[in-house]
Ligand binder design. Structure first.
Ligand code: MTE
Ligand code: MO
Length: 197
């Protein structure tokens, strides 16, 4: 072999193939929070979907755990450039939560305990694409990673996966959330590198 051995191409070339552009793999699980970790007792936890007409659907912790649970394996991609492949989660599909919800709105704004928000089109939450998860790797989701429960929308950059999620507001128009109001892309497809707006 000549000077350019496979090693010369570097770890990135080999390990990072198959990832969205500009991403590299990480084995650990970084914590990225814009503020302090809110403390939410499970007996006080509530998840709400509020439609564009104001109709409100609520689940308490017990009701949420009583819904059909799904095990999810997914790759996650943070806009700061790390990707983590094959992560394992357990929770409730948004399809299940939307079963009883009547809406003609096209967009949602996810709201978190602590004040964070992020916008996701409704179509990106349905069709087996998103979950409210409460377990990671078979254990209760740790508070710093969004416990008791977080949104998981793995096909979009991970800032869309709101930690400590407390509800979804249905909106007729696409309303920017926290990072989207601070320059991040309104949609956030990692495969198209939609990092900034
Ligand atoms: N409530 C809330 N959710 C959030 C964030 C946040 O600051 N607050 N950060 C987002 C960003 S930028 C990323 S990359 C992921 C990080 O999740 P992790 O800390 O579990 O890795 O959470 C997203 N969800
Ligand atoms: Mo992020």
């Amino acid at each position: 072999m000549g000077i350019i051995s496979s090693g010369f191409h570097g770890r990135r070339t080999r390990d990072d193939s198959g990832l969205p552009p500009g991403q590299h793999r990480t084995a650990d699980f970084p914590v990225l929070s814009a503020g302090p970790t809110p403390k939410i007792a499970r007996q006080d936890w509530e998840f709400r979907i509020v439609t564009e007409t104001g109709a409100t659907h609520r689940w308490d912790w017990e009701g949420f755990l009583g819904l059909p649970q799904e095990d999810v394996r997914a790759d996650i991609h943070c806009v700061t450039s790390w990707s983590k492949l094959g992560t394992s989660w357990r929770g409730v599909a948004l399809d299940t939560l939307f079963d009883q919800v009547g809406t003609t709105a096209g967009f949602t704004l996810a709201h978190s305990y602590g004040g964070y928000s992020t916008n996701v089109p409704l179509a990106d939450l349905l069709g087996g694409k998103a979950w409210i998860v409460h377990q990671y790797n078979g254990e209760d989701l740790r508070p710093e990673h969004g416990g008791p429960a977080r949104l998981l929308v793995p096909h979009l950059y991970f800032w869309k996966s709101a930690k400590w999620v407390r509800g979804l507001e249905l909106t007729r128009h696409d309303v920017p959330g926290f990072w989207e109001s601070n320059g991040y892309h309104m949609y956030g497809d990692p495969w198209r590198e939609e990092r900034y707006g």
